[in-house]
Design a binder for this molecule. Structure first.
Ligand code: AMP
Length: 389
């Protein structure tokens, strides 16, 4: 193990103040670290719980300053400017490295780097012009999904196309700027979507959390359950693939890997994210170590914790839409009469599609956990009874 480990009491910096940063800060606090969050939003979820909130834009100067004032810096979302991550790295210590971030957030570089280590993705082509969009469609065979190379999330920034005219239109819509690129992917027959969150320490040790089975609605994660309802060998292949990526990419910190398990039995890497992942929230209640604590351990040079599952679990997301369903006042008390854990991220404004919180349940089976978590969400979505009838 590296000797220059970071002692409790020292400062951990987080670029980004969303819920992933909030839960990381809470885990860091439990281990006695102090947390400084950089986020321009005065009410950011992580800023609310940090020891210090630096309210500034994600520019190189602010990121470098953060790195100088913290023993280590990490980030909680991919869309911080790469220059800011690089500046933090030059000024101090950044995990995962800016190089990992630059690769994960660009779908072309990411897929090239996945296939370079012998793992499979959906067949793809880089698309840098309308002509390349047409050519990709004819080479891959319709239908294909055209996705922006950078900046897409939660299913945004992608269009399915079936013919050359649609491919050209979609390219022009997704890539209006001269430097905007896209990737074309063949639409593959997905049976299930899985994800594995893995950690790699500064000493090179790797621990992966059990694969989650993920269900999306409108391009946004709706629920996850663990163990994933797939054959044991598929779960094992997913963990091995995640481990291979963490090692081959020399990641220090946490990285989530999303997979498609297809009708013809293949396990395709969809995307990677070098940060805590929504599908790993279940680890807070269900694993011996949470993904957030594991990130803190990895970046500070502490030994990695045991990722083993204590009990089957499910997590359901709470989007802003639920507040609208509930007339602005969800029935929290009714939801919590069930045996579930409620996490709310402290966001003031419940916009449609915005991740406001999540509910986790554990049970003897993943399906029982899922049914209870879904029932809790249904209750949550009802208007709370008013005090005066
Ligand atoms: P992404 O933003 O790449 O995670 O894609 C969002 C969702 O679109 C995925 O979770 C899948 O459900 C679906 N999807 C993405 N790529 C493909 C593909 N090549 N074939 C079929 N479905 C896909």
């Amino acid at each position: 193990m590296t000797e220059d480990w970071i002692r409790p009491g020292e400062w951990i910096g987080i670029l980004g103040g969303g819920q992933l940063g909030r839960m990381t800060a809470q885990a860091a606090h439990r281990l006695g670290y102090r947390v400084r969050v950089l986020d321009p939003d005065p009410r950011s979820p992580a800023g609310q719980v940090a020891d210090e909130h630096v309210q500034a834009a994600y520019d190189a100067a602010a990121a470098a300053d953060l790195a100088r004032r913290c023993a280590v810096v990490t980030y909680e979302f991919e869309n911080i400017p790469l220059q800011a991550a690089e500046a933090a790295e030059r000024a101090g210590r950044l995990y995962p490295a800016a190089r990992v971030l630059g690769r994960s957030r660009n779908r072309i570089r990411e897929k090239d780097a996945v296939t370079a280590v012998g793992l499979e993705t959906a067949p793809y082509r880089p698309v840098r012009s309308a002509a390349e969009a047409e050519r990709a469609l004819s080479e891959l065979g319709a239908p294909v999904l055209l996705k922006t190379a950078e900046g897409g999330y939660d299913g945004k920034g992608q269009i399915q196309v079936g013919n050359a005219a649609e491919a050209v239109d979609a390219f022009r819509q997704l890539c209006p700027g001269p430097d905007d690129h896209a990737v074309a992917e063949r639409v593959v027959p997905i049976l299930k979507e899985l994800s594995v969150v893995g950690a790699r320490g500064r000493d090179g040790s790797v621990r992966c959390f059990p694969p989650a089975e993920n269900h999306h609605a409108n391009g946004i994660l709706d629920w996850s359950r663990v163990p994933a309802d797939v054959p044991a060998d598929v779960r094992q292949r997913a963990e091995e693939a995640a481990q291979r990526l963490l090692e081959a990419w020399d990641v220090v910190g946490l990285m989530a890997v999303e997979f498609f398990w297809t009708a013809d039995g293949r396990l395709l890497v969809n995307e990677t994210a070098p940060r805590p992942h929504n599908s790993g929230h279940y680890t807070l209640e269900a694993c011996r170590t949470s993904q957030f604590e594991q990130l803190v351990r990895a970046v500070t040079g502490l030994p990695l914790g045991d990722p083993a599952l204590r009990e089957p679990a499910a997590m359901v997301n709470l989007l802003g839409d639920l507040w609208q369903d509930a007339g602005g006042d969800p029935d929290v008390r009714s939801a919590l009469t069930l045996d579930v854990s409620l996490h709310l991220y402290g966001k003031a404004e419940a916009r449609a599609g915005r991740k406001m919180g999540h509910i986790t349940a554990t049970a003897p089976t993943a399906d029982a956990a899922l049914q209870r978590a879904l029932e809790a969400r249904r209750r949550f979505a009802r208007a709370a009874p008013s005090a005066t009838p």
